[in-house]
Design a protein around this ligand. Structure first.
Ligand code: ACO
Length: 331
């Protein structure tokens, strides 16, 4: 990938709201049980935003931590990207709400919609702005309040999703810095868009009493088909990132995949011929948090001192769209 400059991950932060929904809580809502959920998904609990918290509130908490980690203030930021499918409202964007709350300058701020691939999409966009020399410090946030988009009468979806935010500061690297974002590869296959949708509330199906009565304001998912596509797509993304950089899989220290389902991630590790011990798993604690999933899993692993500076990290994502992508970086 060309460009005058390279970008580096200057700081990371994450926020999990205090509230928790355990599998035992879900047992009381739909016909399911803790053992089934753990065996079929690996998820034990997911976090839940408090009634007063919206997406920008979670993003704010994660961003403050990332700024502190980078040794910067909001005044240093040149661009804010918020990847989300559960923003505060349709407009203004959650990124604009966040910009004001952080007290940033009147810089460019926008939301990015690529579902669970949103964070790698956001990183790639940030990387391009750094490579051209346009900006120096960019805040990329993945934030979701998914529990408000889920029907707690639908046992296939309500077991999966949780709320969280993860933030990175992406900054211009010094010329001799070996720790940089090396590549990003992004894809979309709109032909598979019907596998995971939230039909109501847009211009095709505007809100009405009928939408509410039919539950079309909740996510709808074809779980089994997503599962198959996710394994295939994530595996392809991993191979693509390594081939583009002429890197062998044993050189990668950690794979940080989108946290969808433990069985999806185990299958990817198998097809990618990558040791499971080097895959970051956080979904037992968080569930699937869509755009927040990768930065949260990453930040938790940094806090646990698993991921360390200088290591080679592969991020791989897939999500509604169907979107997918990878980022290879030296942290
Ligand atoms: N508890 C108990 N039984 C259940 C539950 C539940 N919560 N959910 C489904 N079942 C039943 C089904 O009804 C089915 O019963 P049947 O055989 O009598 O019809 C049986 O379990 C098996 O159903 P499957 O769909 O084959 O179950 P599967 O093993 O595929 O697991 C799951 C379902 C967990 C949804 C899985 O398909 C999955 O994780 N898919 C990917 C989902 C995903 O990642 N979505 C988001 C992707 S995009 C993004 O991340 C934004």
């Amino acid at each position: 990938m060309s460009g005058i400059y390279r970008s580096r991950v200057a700081g990371t932060g994450s926020y999990l709201p205090e509230g928790v929904i355990t599998n035992f809580d879900i047992e009381k809502m739909v016909e399911t049980n803790n053992q089934w959920i753990i065996e079929r998904t690996g998820i034990e609990r997911r976090h839940k935003a408090a009634p007063h918290e919206a997406c920008s509130d979670l993003c704010y908490e994660a961003s403050i931590k990332a700024l502190k980690d980078a040794g910067l203030t909001a005044q240093d930021l040149d661009l804010i990207i918020v990847s989300t499918v559960s923003g505060d409202q349709v407009m203004p964007s959650t990124a604009c709400v966040l910009q004001h709350r952080l007290g940033a300058r009147h810089i460019m701020a926008f939301d990015l919609s690529a579902a669970c691939s949103g964070f790698v999409y956001g990183l790639s966009v940030a990387d391009q702005f750094i490579r051209t020399g346009m900006y120096k410090n960019i805040l990329v946030v993945g934030g979701e309040v998914l529990h408000r988009l889920v029907n707690y009468k639908d046992r296939e979806t309500c077991i999966l999703f949780g709320d969280a935010a993860g933030a990175w500061i992406v900054s211009r690297a010094e010329a001799n810095d070996p720790n940089t974002i090396m590549s990003s590869h992004l894809h979309a296959d709109g032909g598979l868009g019907d596998l995971f949708v939230l039909p109501g509330g847009g211009s095709r199906m505007p809100f009405s009493q009928e939408v509410l009565d039919s539950g079309n304001h909740y996510v709808k998912m074809k779980g089994r088909e997503i599962f198959k596509n996710a394994v295939r797509t994530l595996t392809q993304c991993c191979h693509e990132a390594l081939a583009a950089n002429n890197v062998k899989s044993h050189e990668v220290d950690w794979l940080v995949p989108h946290q969808a389902n433990v069985r999806i991630l185990e299958s990817v590790a198998e097809y990618f011929e990558f040791p499971k011990e080097k895959v970051i798993f956080s979904l037992q604690e968080t569930g699937n948090t869509s755009a927040a999933s990768i930065p949260v899993a990453f930040d938790l692993a940094v806090q646990e001192k698993k991921i360390q500076r200088g290591q080679l990290i592969l991020l791989a994502a897939f999500g509604a769209g169907l979107t997918s992508g990878s980022v290879l970086l030296r942290f």
